[in-house]
Unconditional design. Sequence first.
Length: 158
Amino acid sequence: MSVTRLASRHIRAGHACDGKSFKIDAVALPKAYFAGKAIAALMQETCDRLMGQAQAATGASSSVYRILMELPGDFPSMEQVACTLNMTSQTLRRRLEAEGTTFQIIADEVRSTLAHEYLRTTKFSVLDIAILLGFSNSAGFRKALKRWTGMIPSQIRR
């Protein structure tokens, strides 16, 4: 997948949204782009399968969920998601609030779901999974996983 095609799935380079311009460069690319094709394919397959299992709900929260699952390894900010949905981040925040949720709750749900799936179905190390989910180290991932589920990686792998 080309850099331009990958980046344009969320925002176009130089595209201004809500007075902000997001520059697309190598630093902003998802980690999956740099991973081997096999890992990227596995990540995409996992996300596609999980999206298929998710209920076909409507509303802002389901749109955010779908966008976050669209490119595994790439977790866009709330501003980028709002831009993708052609609205301001304030409007997205209000719509999510009206549905009784927040962007962070949905992002945590997506990461938790992917963490469970990767721990159960792959032999990736905990550090590899942490990096795939946007964490810089395994300690942060372990702490987040414990907060989300009350379990540690070895308990989920069993």
